[in-house]
Design a protein around this ligand. Structure first.
Ligand SMILES: [Mg+2]
Length: 195
Protein backbone atom coordinates (compact mmCIF):
# COMPACT_ATOMS: atom_id res chain seq x y z
CA UNK A 1 0.00 0.00 0.00
CA UNK A 2 1.10 3.56 -0.66
CA UNK A 3 0.13 4.41 2.87
CA UNK A 4 -1.56 2.68 5.75
CA UNK A 5 -4.12 5.34 6.47
CA UNK A 6 -7.75 4.30 6.58
CA UNK A 7 -10.20 5.52 3.98
CA UNK A 8 -11.44 8.23 6.27
CA UNK A 9 -14.82 9.88 5.80
CA UNK A 10 -13.04 13.18 5.35
CA UNK A 11 -11.70 14.55 3.06
CA UNK A 12 -12.75 11.76 0.70
CA UNK A 13 -16.46 11.83 1.42
CA UNK A 14 -19.12 14.44 1.70
CA UNK A 15 -19.47 17.71 -0.10
CA UNK A 16 -16.86 18.07 -2.80
CA UNK A 17 -15.86 14.46 -3.23
CA UNK A 18 -15.91 12.62 -6.50
CA UNK A 19 -15.78 9.03 -7.62
CA UNK A 20 -14.28 7.69 -10.84
CA UNK A 21 -15.12 4.12 -11.78
CA UNK A 22 -13.55 1.87 -14.34
CA UNK A 23 -16.25 -0.22 -16.04
CA UNK A 24 -15.11 -3.70 -17.10
CA UNK A 25 -14.13 -5.74 -14.05
CA UNK A 26 -15.64 -3.16 -11.69
CA UNK A 27 -19.27 -2.52 -12.68
CA UNK A 28 -19.56 -5.54 -14.96
CA UNK A 29 -17.68 -8.77 -15.36
CA UNK A 30 -14.84 -8.74 -17.83
CA UNK A 31 -15.17 -11.00 -20.83
CA UNK A 32 -11.83 -12.78 -21.08
CA UNK A 33 -10.30 -12.03 -24.47
CA UNK A 34 -13.39 -10.25 -25.76
CA UNK A 35 -15.28 -6.98 -25.58
CA UNK A 36 -18.75 -6.44 -24.16
CA UNK A 37 -20.64 -5.74 -27.37
CA UNK A 38 -24.24 -6.42 -26.40
CA UNK A 39 -26.56 -6.08 -23.42
CA UNK A 40 -26.55 -9.88 -23.18
CA UNK A 41 -22.80 -9.82 -22.59
CA UNK A 42 -23.07 -7.18 -19.89
CA UNK A 43 -23.22 -8.96 -16.53
CA UNK A 44 -23.04 -6.82 -13.40
CA UNK A 45 -20.47 -7.79 -10.77
CA UNK A 46 -22.12 -9.01 -7.51
CA UNK A 47 -24.47 -6.34 -6.12
CA UNK A 48 -22.91 -3.66 -8.34
CA UNK A 49 -26.13 -1.69 -8.79
CA UNK A 50 -26.71 -1.73 -5.03
CA UNK A 51 -23.09 -0.59 -4.58
CA UNK A 52 -23.58 2.36 -6.91
CA UNK A 53 -26.76 3.34 -5.07
CA UNK A 54 -24.75 3.48 -1.83
CA UNK A 55 -21.93 5.38 -3.51
CA UNK A 56 -24.40 7.86 -4.99
CA UNK A 57 -25.31 8.86 -1.44
CA UNK A 58 -21.65 9.22 -0.42
CA UNK A 59 -20.14 11.15 -3.34
CA UNK A 60 -21.09 14.40 -5.04
CA UNK A 61 -20.71 12.90 -8.47
CA UNK A 62 -19.83 9.58 -10.03
CA UNK A 63 -18.14 9.16 -13.40
CA UNK A 64 -17.29 6.11 -15.44
CA UNK A 65 -14.00 6.23 -17.34
CA UNK A 66 -13.63 3.31 -19.70
CA UNK A 67 -11.18 2.26 -22.41
CA UNK A 68 -13.15 0.59 -25.22
CA UNK A 69 -10.53 -0.29 -27.79
CA UNK A 70 -12.99 -2.64 -29.47
CA UNK A 71 -14.57 0.43 -31.09
CA UNK A 72 -11.25 1.49 -32.61
CA UNK A 73 -10.67 -2.06 -33.78
CA UNK A 74 -14.08 -2.19 -35.44
CA UNK A 75 -15.20 -5.14 -33.30
CA UNK A 76 -18.14 -3.06 -32.11
CA UNK A 77 -19.58 0.36 -32.88
CA UNK A 78 -20.10 3.42 -30.73
CA UNK A 79 -23.83 2.69 -31.04
CA UNK A 80 -23.30 -0.82 -29.62
CA UNK A 81 -21.51 0.66 -26.61
CA UNK A 82 -24.16 3.37 -26.21
CA UNK A 83 -26.83 0.69 -26.20
CA UNK A 84 -25.02 -1.28 -23.49
CA UNK A 85 -24.64 1.91 -21.45
CA UNK A 86 -28.32 2.78 -21.79
CA UNK A 87 -29.11 -0.60 -20.22
CA UNK A 88 -26.43 -0.17 -17.55
CA UNK A 89 -27.69 3.27 -16.53
CA UNK A 90 -31.31 2.13 -16.46
CA UNK A 91 -30.47 -0.77 -14.15
CA UNK A 92 -28.41 1.49 -11.90
CA UNK A 93 -31.21 4.05 -11.72
CA UNK A 94 -33.73 1.32 -10.94
CA UNK A 95 -31.59 0.45 -7.90
CA UNK A 96 -31.49 4.10 -6.82
CA UNK A 97 -28.03 4.98 -8.14
CA UNK A 98 -26.86 7.69 -10.49
CA UNK A 99 -23.89 7.92 -12.84
CA UNK A 100 -23.32 11.55 -13.82
CA UNK A 101 -21.42 10.89 -17.03
CA UNK A 102 -19.61 8.15 -18.91
CA UNK A 103 -16.33 8.87 -20.67
CA UNK A 104 -15.16 6.42 -23.31
CA UNK A 105 -11.82 6.13 -25.07
CA UNK A 106 -12.25 4.17 -28.32
CA UNK A 107 -8.61 4.60 -29.38
CA UNK A 108 -6.33 1.71 -30.22
CA UNK A 109 -3.08 3.60 -29.66
CA UNK A 110 -1.62 3.62 -26.13
CA UNK A 111 -0.36 7.14 -26.90
CA UNK A 112 -3.91 8.52 -27.10
CA UNK A 113 -4.26 11.11 -24.37
CA UNK A 114 -7.62 9.68 -23.37
CA UNK A 115 -6.56 6.06 -23.09
CA UNK A 116 -5.89 5.06 -19.48
CA UNK A 117 -3.32 5.16 -17.91
CA UNK A 118 -3.24 8.54 -19.67
CA UNK A 119 -5.40 11.11 -17.93
CA UNK A 120 -7.40 12.74 -20.72
CA UNK A 121 -10.77 11.40 -19.64
CA UNK A 122 -10.34 12.93 -16.18
CA UNK A 123 -9.69 16.34 -17.70
CA UNK A 124 -12.70 15.93 -19.99
CA UNK A 125 -14.75 15.32 -16.85
CA UNK A 126 -13.23 18.38 -15.20
CA UNK A 127 -14.06 20.48 -18.27
CA UNK A 128 -17.68 19.35 -17.94
CA UNK A 129 -17.77 19.62 -14.14
CA UNK A 130 -15.27 22.33 -13.11
CA UNK A 131 -15.87 21.67 -9.41
CA UNK A 132 -14.00 18.38 -9.63
CA UNK A 133 -10.95 18.30 -7.37
CA UNK A 134 -8.78 15.28 -8.20
CA UNK A 135 -7.27 15.35 -4.71
CA UNK A 136 -10.76 14.80 -3.35
CA UNK A 137 -11.45 12.02 -5.81
CA UNK A 138 -11.34 8.25 -5.60
CA UNK A 139 -10.50 5.98 -8.54
CA UNK A 140 -11.73 2.39 -8.43
CA UNK A 141 -10.35 -0.03 -11.01
CA UNK A 142 -9.28 -3.61 -11.57
CA UNK A 143 -6.19 -2.93 -13.70
CA UNK A 144 -2.79 -1.36 -13.32
CA UNK A 145 -3.76 1.27 -15.92
CA UNK A 146 -6.60 2.41 -13.66
CA UNK A 147 -4.33 2.72 -10.65
CA UNK A 148 -1.71 4.61 -12.66
CA UNK A 149 -4.43 6.92 -14.00
CA UNK A 150 -5.61 7.71 -10.47
CA UNK A 151 -2.13 8.13 -9.06
CA UNK A 152 -1.05 10.56 -11.78
CA UNK A 153 -4.01 12.75 -10.80
CA UNK A 154 -3.37 12.52 -7.07
CA UNK A 155 -6.53 10.51 -6.46
CA UNK A 156 -7.09 7.91 -3.74
CA UNK A 157 -6.77 4.61 -5.62
CA UNK A 158 -8.72 1.45 -4.89
CA UNK A 159 -8.02 -1.87 -6.59
CA UNK A 160 -10.84 -4.41 -6.91
CA UNK A 161 -10.96 -7.92 -8.33
CA UNK A 162 -8.53 -10.80 -8.56
CA UNK A 163 -6.46 -10.01 -11.63
CA UNK A 164 -3.14 -9.76 -9.78
CA UNK A 165 -1.17 -12.19 -7.64
CA UNK A 166 -0.52 -11.03 -4.11
CA UNK A 167 3.17 -10.43 -4.90
CA UNK A 168 2.45 -8.08 -7.82
CA UNK A 169 3.98 -4.60 -7.73
CA UNK A 170 0.51 -3.05 -8.11
CA UNK A 171 -0.11 -3.50 -4.39
CA UNK A 172 2.67 -0.99 -3.65
CA UNK A 173 0.85 1.61 -5.74
CA UNK A 174 -2.67 1.47 -4.33
CA UNK A 175 -4.28 3.05 -1.30
CA UNK A 176 -6.72 0.22 -0.68
CA UNK A 177 -7.90 -3.13 -1.98
CA UNK A 178 -11.48 -4.46 -1.97
CA UNK A 179 -12.79 -7.74 -3.29
CA UNK A 180 -15.36 -5.97 -5.45
CA UNK A 181 -17.26 -2.71 -5.88
CA UNK A 182 -19.94 -3.72 -3.40
CA UNK A 183 -17.37 -4.47 -0.69
CA UNK A 184 -15.85 -1.03 -1.30
CA UNK A 185 -19.23 0.70 -1.00
CA UNK A 186 -20.28 -1.31 2.03
CA UNK A 187 -16.99 -0.70 3.84
CA UNK A 188 -17.17 2.97 3.02
CA UNK A 189 -20.72 3.42 4.27
CA UNK A 190 -19.74 1.76 7.54
CA UNK A 191 -16.50 3.73 7.72
CA UNK A 192 -14.46 0.54 7.67
CA UNK A 193 -10.94 0.47 6.31
CA UNK A 194 -11.33 -1.31 2.96
CA UNK A 195 -8.39 -3.68 3.43
MG1 LIG B 1 -11.26 -2.84 -16.02
Amino acid sequence: MKNKSPLAPSPLLGTGSFLFLDRDGVINQELPGDYVKTVGEFIFTPQATEAIAILTSLFDRIFVVTNQRGIGRGVMSQADVDNVHQYMLAEIEKAGGQIDRIYICPAISPTCVNRKPNTGMAFRAQADFPEIDFRRSVMVGNSLSDIQFGNKLGMYTVLVGDKYEKEHKIYEQIDAFCENLYKFADNLQHNVKPI
